[in-house]
Design a protein around this ligand. Sequence first.
Ligand code: AMP
Length: 185
Amino acid sequence: MTKPKMILMMGGQGVGKGTHARRLIARDGYGYVETGAILRALPPESHIAQIMARGELVPDSDLYDLIAGAINESGDIILDGFPRTLPQAKWLVKNYADKFDIRVIYMNVPEDVMLARIEKRIREGGGRADDADAAVVRRRLDSFWKITMPAIEWLRTAPGIKFADVDVSDENPDTNFARIYGALS
Ligand code: AMP
């Protein structure tokens, strides 16, 4: 029996993980685990909300139950914003590689493109509280390079994981989506 697909949308801030995840879902009907949205739904006084407001990563141990509870194992699924650390990547592979065919879409863009897209998100009114403060954005970008890139590099060569390095720096989102779609087929 073929295993359901688990697609990991990975990449830096503003690369379009959520936008392209939603397009894939509209087209092919995946289940969706949007980590940032799950965390933003927690009460503003919770310690997790305070960590997020500072632009820091939430501790791994606070996430595992939330993510496990959000993963429906009965069908194809997209994870957006998880994993973001090496321990998270290892936890996911250890617990889910036998249940899912895991595919990573690494949405690869240079940092100046990430910054331009965050600015665009703010200009167009879709910006979030943690986009508005330049120091917070800087901290999120730093943690992407320092903490998330090692997870991406580990997944690139992890046995049994299908890894696609997709250049999504084109100005036209349709072109970027076509590249992602192509990498999945
Ligand atoms: P996002 O909407 O994916 O940019 O996530 C917003 C914020 O939620 C991040 O800046 C982190 O504070 C937190 N967060 C989201 N996903 C994770 C994760 N996998 N590990 C730790 N913190 C996370």
